[in-house]
Design a protein around this ligand. Structure first.
Ligand SMILES: [Zn+2]
Ligand SMILES: [Zn+2]
Ligand SMILES: [Zn+2]
Ligand SMILES: [Zn+2]
Length: 531
């Protein structure tokens, strides 16, 4: 190994070199050249001894190092003489970031240090109007967190919160908190906080979104892919502060939260706005308002691609002196069926997926499930005490139990099948119907059933939305999308057409739809004119 004195004497041999080589330049010279050892060896004579650094380096390596460190070639030769021994003994793999990460894993946690500690991006208070110009101090010490990375797996690290004693703002890695409001910083952070003690690297979230778009991977399976292939359990610390009970497992809700926060932040960055959400309350409702606002904006102003055209979906040709165009649109309903409020056509979301009605219709949880019956339910039942209504519920429960047993049997038959996929495949028929003898048909002759029977119906499970209506160009670009709650009617589709293409000249010339005849007649009646 060369001493600093020897390095200096080598550098002094070339006039001007010792003065122009900064520490930074010298370090990058050593780092870069040590990665080119194999190229340098390739250019040596056949009897060259691998143990010692060669005195000369090949022309292409010399000119590359000159460009990369911004030095003339004679300076590069001078640097080579000074640093060649260091470069030759430099263990490239051993000193790479991987080795450094190992050092931090081995010794860092004892000293509460980590290479990936998550600090707030600011060191001073940035609240408008706050006069505190001192460096901010940390609040309640370091927090142990798990950072899910692409290259090093699930890492044990720390998060630091800084606090302003004057305006009482707390600065976290992703956002600041003041008066119960969480304000995300402008731009998109490299690690997104998805839980109290969990952060996910942006590249990992990018991978999840790619998996979802390209191979339709569910969030549950995306988390499994990470845990199985990328989480690197061998990197987990063996340290008293990090007991084996601490979970390094990425959960489904982390994937969804990461996806959600990243998408919202990208949307806000694009519009040069700042995302503000409540800091208190449950994580699962924190972003509801922001999502609702975004959806409303999309409904009003259209998807970002609503004005899309390309050679595949629009033909343009010469017609006399001018040009003519033909822009095509395909309309289709996709049956996805999200759980929704049990009241017909009610668009309000459910409080949780276990509810059957929205907040506004919550009282209906206590009213008999049979259609048309307004009697209160009896405790532990979903129906009123009327015998037929109770019978309908019991029939439903028997059917549900049989289905549950079937599900169990199927699961045992294919043990390797992930549990969650099963939930989606076998679901109970949630609507129950029954024909009853109706002795009391009233006085009206017209309303009487000749056989004296009547059908009763009840929805015991959650209602699901009818379909997602999609406007798509033949090239595959989706221009608009809306949820149809109770049915896919032509009037709703026309209403959507008018709203999406409200700008003069934007209407499609040809619409392809599976109910085209009715749509066409409807459009003629309301005198909807294509351009
Ligand atoms: Zn302040
Ligand atoms: Zn197109
Ligand atoms: Zn409702
Ligand atoms: Zn009833």
């Amino acid at each position: 190994m060369t001493s600093m004195e020897e390095v200096h004497s080598f550098l002094s041999q070339i006039p001007g070199l010792a003065e122009s080589v900064t520490m930074d330049k010298a370090m990058s010279f050593v780092r870069l050249a040590s990665q080119l050892k194999d190229e340098i060896i390739l250019a040596q004579a056949a009897d060259y001894d691998l143990a010692a650094a060669p005195t000369e380096i090949p022309e292409n390596v010399r000119s590359f190092l000159g460009c990369a460190t911004d030095m003339p070639e004679d300076f590069v030769s001078g640097c080579w003489s000074a640093f060649s021994d260091t470069i030759w003994s430099y263990d490239n793999d051993g000193r790479s970031t991987g080795r450094d990460a190992q050092m931090f894993r081995d010794f860092g946690l004892d000293h509460l240090l980590s290479a990936r500690t998550l600090f707030p991006p600011t060191k001073q208070c940035t609240t408008p109007g706050c006069l505190n110009s001192n460096l901010l101090k940390d609040k309640d010490g370091l927090r142990k967190v798990v950072l899910f990375t692409l290259s090093d797996g699930a890492c044990a690290t720390y998060a630091v919160h800084l606090h302003c004693s004057q305006c009482k703002t707390t600065y976290h890695n992703n956002y600041s908190v003041c008066n119960g409001v969480r304000t995300y910083y402008a731009g998109i952070p490299n690690a997104i906080q998805v839980g109290e003690h969990q952060y996910v690297e942006r590249e990992v979230l990018g991978l999840f979104i790619g998996l979802m778009l390209i191979s339709w991977t569910s969030a549950t399976n995306a988390a499994r892919v990470y845990d199985t292939c990328l989480s690197k359990p061998e990197n987990r610390p063996d340290h008293k502060d990090w007991p084996p009970t601490r979970s390094f497992k990425l959960r489904t809700e982390h994937v969804w939260d990461g996806f959600l926060i990243l998408s919202l932040l990208e949307d806000y960055v694009e519009r040069n706005e700042i995302l503000e959400v409540p800091h208190t309350g449950e994580q699962n409702v924190r972003f509801n308002n922001a999502i609702r606002k975004r959806n409303a904006r999309f409904r009003l102003c259209g998807q970002p691609e609503w004005a899309h055209y390309c050679d595949k979906c629009m033909r343009v040709w010469k017609d006399g002196d001018g040009l003519k165009k033909l822009h095509v649109l395909v309309i289709d309903g996709i049956t996805i069926g999200h759980p929704c409020c049990g009241v017909h056509d009610c668009p309000e979301p459910l409080i949780t997926n276990r509810h059957r009605f929205c907040r506004g219709h919550d009282h209906r949880h206590h009213i008999c499930a049979v259609e048309g019956c307004e009697q209160p339910v009896e405790p532990t039942f979903m129906t009123c005490p009327i015998v037929e209504h109770r019978q309908l519920e019991l029939t439903h429960k028997t059917r549900d139990k049989a289905l549950f047993q079937l599900r169990g049997r199927l699961q045992r038959a294919t043990v390797s099948h992930p549990n969650d996929a099963f939930e989606a495949e076998v679901t109970a028929e949630e609507v129950e119907e029954m024909t009853i003898r109706d002795s009391n048909q009233g006085d009206c002759e017209a309303a009487k059933d000749p056989s004296g029977n009547r059908k009763i119906r009840a929805l015991f499970g959650r209602r699901r939305t009818h379909n997602e209506q999609i406007f798509v160009r033949p090239c595959g670009i989706i221009v608009a999308h809306a949820t149809f709650y109770a049915s896919e009617s032509v009037s709703q589709t026309v209403d959507m057409l008018q709203k999406v293409f409200h700008v003069e000249g934007s209407k499609p010339d040809i619409v392809i739809y599976d109910n085209n005849c009715t749509l066409y007649k409807y459009l003629r009646v309301i005198q909807y004119k294509p351009e």
